[in-house]
Ligand binder design. Structure first.
Ligand code: SAH
Length: 214
């Protein structure tokens, strides 16, 4: 698949929609204007890639809605060279957006097929996350910790302690918390032992599941 002027035009329209919905971080908008989302969807869905909707990506999973990707990316307050851990590689689209913003991205996926397919795709498109890992995001990546920020892209029934422990002081954890619907939650680590919590409304994600799945 190629990236054409028509796709770029559709992306420009999507960016206006995101701005109308309140996304105002220029670096997030610029990254999303440049990453070809249609290359992260199965070919049958190519025409829908620039609607603000979630879509199936195989293995019962979905690529997050563009607004959700933008909202979470904005909450991260990404700075170039930030070390970011992503839980739930999925299609790789969120990973690519963070790479495009200049972050050093470490990403974990628990579904083996998605892990295999997406690690190849990201390399082929020359997005270069530092690490794409097959594993259980509940454990984080202790060998690469601490991180400037952590983004969870599946609905978590609770906030995993391991992820809190892997944040730098001043670091940000963006995580949708809840069972059927999730509340977008931001934890900022203000000291070794203190975290400040803020909530940002309801979202719907596929569930964050324990353990990896071969
Ligand atoms: N960031 C993705 C969103 C994919 S949906 C994108 O942009 O496409 C959420 C993903 O989280 C799914 O691929 C699912 O398999 C994965 N996931 C769920 N629980 C997980 C866990 N414990 N560890 C790692 N990945 C997990």
């Amino acid at each position: 698949m190629r990236d054409t002027a028509k796709h770029q035009g559709l992306r420009n329209q999507l960016i206006s929609v995101l701005q109308q919905k309140g996304i105002n971080d220029k670096r997030v908008l610029q990254a999303m204007q440049s990453v070809p989302r249609h290359l992260f969807l199965e070919s049958g869905f190519e025409d829908f890639a620039y609607q603000d909707k979630a879509f199936p990506i195989g293995a019962g999973q979905t690529i997050s809605q563009p607004y959700t990707v933008a909202f979470q990316s904005q909450l991260l307050q990404v700075k170039p060279d930030d070390k970011i851990l992503e839980i739930g590689t999925g299609s790789g689209y969120q990973t690519a957006v963070l790479c495009k913003m200049g972050a050093k991205v470490f990403t974990i996926e628990r579904q083996i097929e998605l892990y295999k397919k997406t690690s190849k795709l990201l390399a082929a498109l020359r997005y270069n996350p530092r690490v794409v890992s097959f594993g259980d995001g509940y454990k984080g990546l202790p060998t690469d910790a601490p991180f400037d920020s952590i983004i969870v892209t599946a609905g978590a029934p609770y906030i995993p302690q391991a992820l809190m422990a892997q944040l730098k002081i001043g670091g940000r954890l963006v995580i949708p918390v809840g069972e059927d619907t999730q509340i977008m939650t931001l934890l900022v680590r203000s000291s070794e032992t203190h975290f400040e919590q803020q909530e940002f409304g309801d979202f719907r994600f596929v569930p964050m599941l324990e353990d990896k799945n071969r």
